[in-house]
Design a protein around this ligand. Sequence first.
Ligand code: UDX
Length: 434
Amino acid sequence: MNVTMIGAGYVGLVSGACFAEFGAHVTCVDANPDRVRQLESGHMPLYEPGLDALVRKNQEQGRLHFSGALECVAGSELVFIAVGTPSRRGDGHADLKFVFQAARDLAPFLGGYTVVVDKSTVPVGTAREVKRIIAETNPRADFDVASNPEFLREGAAIGDFMRPDRVVIGIDSDRAGERLRELYRPLNLIETPMVITDLESAELIKYASNAFLATKISFINEISALCEAIGADVHAIARGMGLDGRIGRKFLHPGPGFGGACLPKDARALVQIAWERGVSSRIVSAVLEVNDAQRARMVEKIRAALGGRLEGKRIAVLGLTFKPETDDMREAASLFILPKLVEAGAAVRAHDPQGMEEGRPLLPGSVEYCDDLYSVFDRADAAVLLTEWNLYRGLDLKEILRRMAGRIFVDLRNVYEPRKMRAAGFEYYGIGRA
Ligand code: UDX
């Protein structure tokens, strides 16, 4: 099968490489010539475990190509639109200009019957609009539009693509459904459930899923504050709740608030979609509010650990990215927390295995970056663990104490055991643990 993937960003690149791995012939088209050149010469524009090897393998085997031009659309049975949909400034709505531009640009190249698939996360109604744009631009085109949202987690995207919990396909013609089923046929072997539905439902499934995941996180974060007030242990609560099969154990880990490219953006977009239709979305609105409050609460936690004053304090920060195994800084808690620490007069030194380059232009100019992990602790009054990279799970505690001026350790991911940290000599603070 010949596939064109428009947009060689995160979703396009991972999906393109994985479809090639399934045996399709895939061309990833990107409007940025530098990115195309980079990809052709085997350089990944982003960090995702296993992606470079997968791209290289499929390039070498002739199933994956990169291009700046859309001519390949003519010979494709399926054309995916996987361009960015950033949050529009002001109203929080996903900005669709790149999606609509891709529809206009690809339309003239459509040859025989083609299925044009929205892979980007797009508001309900976008697939129909894409259909209208293509039909208007090229009235003779023989095509259908489908919606096929992705549920990839950064850092685990290839595994998620190869072994998904489900594949969601929105269609308004059986012919389009057949073609997409054929593309995903390799997943039949592992009996992946296919949810085949209409266009609008497929679009809404993506928003509802991410908003629900965000709800679980804000819920446990709110409970963690209650645990601190009561003297209870949030992990015991999460486990006790999560073992109920109706609730489930995942996404009940407290932290400094959810970030990333999807959860915050999709939750905001869902609120907006509902508002436009005169429907209330009180739960999701509260989830976003709780997330903002959680970040602010983390700053207060650090301030309180330091005796109520941040001015003149030296703080070592471990982790900048919104989660481990990515260099993505989008809506990372560090972008909220670090400026507040600096504003209040603290001197911040930071380490991150992948995120320092991305983080530098987004964080206050006074933040110092340490390539060497342990030097981040030198003369620090407090250490703050912000992202739970594996590298930070087995730190040499004696070495840290030797380097630090103080012994305060604020663990915003509850990576360490409070009892052990206190026994090792730290003044330890976690989230939701007495
Ligand atoms: C998410 C969805 O999981 C994925 O299905 C979707 O398609 C894209 O958005 P991703 O943004 O990569 O994936 O990250 P995810 O693993 O969901 O984490 C999002 C944020 O929530 C991170 O900041 C993470 O630290 C935080 N989180 C997650 C928690 O604070 N607690 C949890 O229990 C889980």
